[in-house]
Design a protein around this ligand. Structure first.
Ligand SMILES: C[S@@+](CC[C@H](N)C(=O)[O-])C[C@H]1O[C@@H](n2cnc3c(N)ncnc32)[C@H](O)[C@@H]1O
Ligand code: SF4
Length: 439
């Protein structure tokens, strides 16, 4: 049974985060470029590839139905945008390619990674993929180019896969298991994305998912709590069911317990094999990132920037020698920067108090007094001394709620951007029946 105090803590935090999101994530001031880079500063390059062969009902990311010509042209523009960013003077050592499904055109992807290596001193590439792309060709072309491969499995349960509309396209649980197992050792880090807290999921179903995940042999997994924006919430209600957070904490405990046999938490929702694995979240490793590609988001010099969502506006900008960035938000105040740092470091499970004080000139207990006091009273901190703040199991769950709401806030913004797309592009968000099936 759920503890009443825990449910109240989750509900309070969710409500506060929803309010804060509206203030900080919004970016609606028109812009036509990025600020100049700070000399000596390290950034991460994010590249967005918004095409998928099926559009999953629960997914609020920026993605369109795949079409060969459209996707080939897109990759070309992405490389052109990369050259523009290089001319601006930005330097990157790390690159994250997300989607959508970046492996949808393998040769185009390889050319894009190779160009990034030519332009920048890239030492580490992370890339997302879908289970139907896992196989010898992907390994042959990407094992020398990608260090962290991440694949979306979501669940090994056939009933849930069917509800997600993934069973037909990506295969039944058994096929997913075999495909993942076949590539488990091919990359320095192989991550499997899972989702928990489906409305019809039972504790037994979740337990079985974790047991199977462990048996695949991968060295990292990310268990996202099911999230919804207002729009995805509506399509979820027809397919997967209505989200309730009542079971979320109990499910989180189940998966943490089962994973603890051979994995250790490396963030509130990522778990790495003991003695190996790297975290795949770019916001954990770097505090500033620059996004290229339609709908990509950047965080630079204390502001959130957004690229145009529309594919035609994207190509129009790049064809005319402009970056696709089109909006930015208000500059984060010092207080907001401290809150951002507080949340992201705790998400990575450890806050370095001395580094925080060096950067902001204030002790974290003073700078973040209400948040710190609330989390302390809720029993979130395990270690709280001069050097470090670390989290208890409950603290990790509360931080997961904070992150869940930060991502849900971004999905809400994407809903707004999608609604503003031209009619012919909105059609590319709809029709699964006509999806090009070219696995
Ligand atoms: C952008 S997707 C890319 C992965 C790849 N396209 C696939 O689905 O196989 C990254 C991950 O986000 C997670 N995700 C997407 N929508 C979600 C939602 N509504 N709630 C929780 N996790 C979600 C899924 O685990 C997914 O694998
Ligand atoms: S979950 Fe992955 S495959 Fe499904 S729509 Fe989202 S990005 Fe595409």
């Amino acid at each position: 049974m759920e503890d009443r105090g825990d449910v109240i803590a989750e509900r309070t935090l969710t409500a506060v985060m929803r309010k804060l999101n509206r203030r900080f994530i919004a970016h609606d001031i028109p812009v036509r470029g990025f600020p100049s880079p700070n000399p000596g500063k390290e950034y991460v390059l994010y590249c967005h590839v918004p095409f998928c062969q099926r559009l999953c009902t629960y997914c609020g990311f920026n993605r369109f139905l795949y079409n060969h010509e459209r996707s080939t042209r897109y990759y070309r523009s992405l490389r052109e945008e990369m050259r523009m960013v290089s001319r601006l003077g930005y330097r990157f050592t790390s690159m994250y390619i997300g989607g959508g499904t970046p492996t949808i055109l393998l040769d185009e992807l390889c050319e894009t990674i190779d160009l990034a290596r030519e332009l920048f001193d890239i030492r580490e590439v992370s890339c997302e993929t879908s289970p139907n792309h896992l196989g010898p060709e992907l390994v042959e072309k990407l094992s020398g180019r990608v260090q962290r491969m991440s694949v979306g499995v979501q669940s090994f349960d056939d009933v849930l896969l069917d509800q997600m509309d993934r069973y037909t396209k990506y295969g039944c649980g058994e096929e997913l298991f075999e495909r993942v197992r076949s590539v488990a050792g091919a990359f320095r880090s192989t991550n499997v994305d899972m989702i928990f807290n489906f409305p019809s999921q039972t504790p037994e179903m979740l337990h079985r998912d974790v047991v199977l995940l462990r048996a695949t042999g991968v060295n990292q997994t990310t268990f996202y709590p099911l999230m919804a924006s207002p729009e995805t919430g509506k399509s979820l209600a027809h397919t997967i069911g209505r989200i309730s957070y009542a079971k979320e904490q109990r499910f989180y405990r189940i998966l943490c317990d089962e994973l603890s046999h051979d994995f250790a938490a490396s963030s509130a929702w990522t778990f790495s094999k003991r003695g190996g694995g790297m975290i795949d979240e770019y916001i954990v490793d770097y505090d500033e990132y620059l996004g290229i590609g339609s709908g990509a988001v950047s965080f630079l010099d204390g502001r959130v920037y957004g690229n145009t969502f529309s594919l035609s506006a994207y190509h129009d900008a790049v064809d005319n020698g402009r970056l696709s960035v089109s909006t930015c938000g208000r500059r984060f105040s010092r207080r907001a920067m401290m809150a951002y740092r507080f949340a992201t470091e705790l998400f990575a499970l450890k806050l370095d108090k001395r580094a925080f004080r060096r950067e902001f000139g204030l002790r974290v207990e003073v700078a973040m007094a209400p948040e710190y006091a609330w989390l302390k009273a809720a029993g979130a901190f395990e270690r709280d001394d001069e050097d470090l703040l670390t989290l208890t199991d409950k603290g990790r769950y509360l931080v997961l709620v904070i992150m869940r709401e930060m991502l849900a806030g971004q999905n809400e913004l994407r809903d707004v951007m999608r609604a503003a797309l031209p009619a012919e592009e909105r059609e590319m968000l709809l029709d699964n029946a006509n999806a090009a099936v070219t696995a």
